[in-house]
Design a protein around this ligand. Structure first.
Ligand code: CA
Length: 800
């Protein structure tokens, strides 16, 4: 350990260096912090000031000077007495030499060194609980081989948090990846490998020998899995590369191969006389393309497919291929069988990956796991590229039972697990951070009053942010907050049920986020008392069906959630008219939520209530969607209803688990408390009020037969169905439904709402007299307050 120094400002402004009496602490105080200190201790500081004058003054005698120096030493000792509570700075630099002490001149090399020093200082009592600590992290890449872990002993307090802060936001990268020098990649010379590659690319594909760079064993993938493949992943210039696949990403049909004939669904047949058929087995399908003959199945070829449902993807290895019959048999069963079929789909889709023989497009790569050879077809010249193999199999940051810690402006990238994992943490905040290029989710939070503020998350294998905490049974809110964060390009590996933000537990707040470009949900939620407001969501549900931007399902007890002032637009994969895509989807009898003041534009079936109760749909604006509002009565007819034999359908049991007929549940949800005596199968007590539906192309309200018979029991009033130009065809109006008024404009005098006015948000007020007269109670939607905003961490807004 070097000789620590404490710097004191003198009257002349120069620094007098005095050796600290506390080398075991060796935390340097900066000039800035000293001034802070002197402000806090004005009386002491005036003595200090006087003393430093005396020390500096050429006219005082030696005795006086010694006395003054002694006074200053005494004052420095006071700095470390229990009375003080100012912040201490520790420095970390990527290019630091070993043996640093955390001073600016001798910084630590890693966050871990800083943490350990803080830990030791706390243990020895040198660092008091009321002393804040700033760890200032310099620019550069900090490669880690293990999670950066923080626990209770690394925590701060509300008044004195422990802060890890990038000196320049966005320039300090905590990396779980191995940088591969571009000159490690050489031409492929092995004749056997060249033979396996397509002739056209044999001289274009490059290979790097990882034997010495990454000597760890690389395990093979599981036979079948959902989501993230095990093992390293390649990133070039901070973008994930494509594991060698067929069809290629830029092929027609968005890179999917399809088939339309299952040979064996693989589903269990409980009544079969053959015991082998009573359990699920790998399915098989006919594939009329000879492509699989090129593949080396012994080495392992996996197919990512939507095998039956457009909301359930799974990766399954090929077990066998019969070239003559053109039949692919998989190596593991799929939960829902192969082409067992719903929604009338005549085709199912997949693509093959991890296939060396298919490494034929720029940006594709392949890893020979046994031989540790990395093959890559560079997009252009790779000489100036950053080539990183993500290898860290743990979260980049793990906190457990930690509290009052703030992470500011750091980047976390290149892991093959979750980016950040917070367990049982309280008042931990990430602000202005980036979490990207990880194989699982970005940030997972389970705790209380944690905040994700103004962060950017992208290129994620599964979800963006998962947040849970609070106590549902006592309805105690967790008050975790996700705000002003930009989440996009997630669900790269798991294509369904990997949401931008997954919300569980009780009382989370999700506000002002921008979520876009993903195969499935934007916000997937369950639990109670969540507030999800002012979020902008677009281009999600791009690859799946029977899915929503917001989704919740199959639970009576998921109540008290508010979806307010969100802007949901341009959903679906190329076909915004697709009714199988929803804006807000309350599936399978989900109940008790409020959907208020949202704007839906080109959002499929904008609002879908699948048989639930006690939902409020109020003051929403729906524009250019095929179906405005769907309400059905599936609980009245489906055999699954409240039937524990069907997965997740034990509705009453779930309510019993919450003790729902007693306080606090019966106070907060009185309608639920009496549900079993109130025709529980019927979709009762839904309120549809003051909504404006503009140019719905198929239906304004899609109400099932059961609902139509119950209309007088529902609270439906003051809704408008608008046909802006009075078009005779292609725009729906409502008939026979109380509480809806049809309003039509004309080509010459269209009703002024929608389309052209979107950019300035003025459409969120009803200005046209024909609308205001019909619906004076419509409340303005605060459109300019939706989405990301500028703050201390987000200085510019992304260009859409
Ligand atoms: Ca390919």
């Amino acid at each position: 350990m070097g000789s620590p120094k404490v710097f004191l400002p003198t009257a002349s402004g120069a620094f007098l260096q005095i050796a600290s009496k506390y080398p075991q602490l060796s935390i340097p105080l900066t000039k800035h912090k000293m001034f802070l200190a002197t402000r806090k201790f004005s009386k002491k500081s005036s003595y200090l000031f006087a003393a430093s004058l005396l020390v500096d003054c050429p006219f005082v005698g030696d005795t006086t000077r010694r006395w003054a120096l002694g006074l200053m030493f005494g004052w420095v000792a006071l700095l470390f007495s229990p009375a003080q509570g100012w912040a201490i700075d520790l420095h970390v630099a990527a290019n630091a030499q070993p043996g640093g002490n955390g001073s600016q001149a001798k910084p630590f090399k890693s966050l871990t060194e800083a943490r350990d020093r803080i830990r030791a200082a706390r243990k020895s009592g040198q660092l008091k609980p009321d002393q804040a600590v700033n760890v200032l992290v310099g620019p550069g890449t900090y490669r880690i081989e293990h999670s950066f872990k923080l626990t209770a002993e690394d925590s701060g307090s509300a008044a004195a948090p422990v802060v890890y802060r990038a000196i320049q936001p966005g320039t300090a990268l905590i990396s779980g990846g191995l940088t591969i020098p571009s000159d490690s990649f050489v031409a492929v010379s092995d004749p056997e490998i060249r033979e396996r590659l397509d002739e056209s690319v044999r001289d274009k594909v490059r290979v790097a020998d990882l034997t010495s760079m990454f000597p760890k064993e690389i395990s093979q993938w599981k036979t079948s899995f959902r989501g993230t493949p095990g093992g390293p992943w390649l990133y070039v210039d901070e973008q994930p590369m494509t594991l060698a696949r067929w069809p290629n990403l830029d092929a027609e049909n968005e890179g999917w191969a399809d088939f339309s004939k299952a040979i064996d669904s693989g589903l269990a047949d409980p009544d079969s006389e053959d015991p082998a058929r009573r359990k699920a087995r790998p399915g098989a399908f006919e594939f009329r393309d000879p492509r699989p003959t090129r593949w080396n199945l012994d080495e392992g070829v996996w197919l990512l497919g939507f095998w039956t449902h457009d909301w359930s993807d799974e990766v399954i290895r090929i077990g066998a291929y019969d070239a003559e019959k053109q039949v692919i048999r998989l190596a593991a069963p799929h939960n829902y069988g192969i082409m067992a079929g719903t929604w009338g789909g005549s085709k199912r889709r997949f693509f093959a990956f991890n296939v060396l023989e298919e490494l034929d497009a720029p940006g594709e790569w392949y890893l020979d796991r046994k031989g540790r050879q990395l093959y890559y077809y560079p997009a252009e010249t790779a000489s100036s590229s950053s080539i990183v193999l993500a290898t860290l199999p743990q979260s980049l940051v793990r906190m457990e039972n930690a509290h009052h810690i703030k992470i500011e402006g750091l980047r976390f990238e290149y892991g093959i697990a979750d980016g950040i994992s917070l367990k049982e943490t309280t008042a931990v905040e990430f602000a202005g951070c980036t979490v990207a290029n990880v194989s699982r989710g970005g940030i997972s939070i389970n705790g209380t009053e944690n905040t994700i503020r103004s962060c950017d998350l992208y290129n994620l294998g599964t979800a963006g942010i998962s947040v849970r905490g609070g106590d549902r049974k006592t309805l105690t809110p967790a008050k975790n907050l996700v705000v002003n964060s930009h989440i996009h390009d997630y669900g790269k590996f798991q294509r369904s049920y990997a949401a931008g933000i997954s919300v569980k537990g009780c009382g989370q707040i999700v506000r002002n986020n921008l979520i876009h470009d993903a195969p499935h949900n934007a916000i997937l939620y369950g639990g109670n008392e969540h507030l999800m407001e002012r979020n902008e969501i677009y281009r999600v549900v791009m690859e799946t069906g029977d899915s929503g931007a917001f989704y919740t399902g199959r639970d009576w007890t998921s109540q008290g959630n508010v979806l307010r002032h969100n802007y949901i637009h341009d959903l679906g994969g190329g076909d915004s008219k697709h009714v199988n895509t929803m804006g807000v989807y309350l599936d399978d009898c989900d109940s008790g939520d409020t959907i208020e003041g949202n704007v839906f534009v080109r959002a499929g079936r904008a609002i879908m209530i699948g048989g639930g109760r006690d939902n409020r749909v109020v003051n929403n604006l729906v524009i250019d969607c095929p179906i405005g509002l769907h309400l059905d009565s599936r609980g009245m007819t489906w055999k699954q209803w409240n039937n524990p034999k069907y997965a997740g359908w034990n509705l009453e049991e779930k309510a019993e688990a919450m003790n729902y007929r007693n306080p606090p549940w019966s106070d907060r949800y009185p309608s639920l408390a009496v549900i079993m005596d109130d025709s529980p199968r019927q979709p009762l007590h839904n309120a549809i009020l003051r909504n404006v539906f503009v140019d719905c192309s198929k239906q304004v309200g899609s109400f099932s037969g059961g609902v139509m018979k119950l209309l007088d029991k529902l609270d439906i009033a003051d809704n408008l169905a608008v046909n802006t130009t009075g078009a005779a065809k292609g725009i729906a109006s409502t008939k026979d439904i109380q509480g809806f008024t049809n309003i039509a404009g004309s080509t010459e005098n269209p009703v002024q709402v929608g389309g052209s006015e979107l950019s300035d948000g003025s459409f969120t007020r009803l200005k046209d007299a024909r609308l205001t007269e019909a619906l004076s109670s419509f409340e303005e939607i605060p459109f300019d307050k939706i989405g990301l905003f500028q703050d201390n961490y987000r200085h510019t807004l992304p260009v859409k």
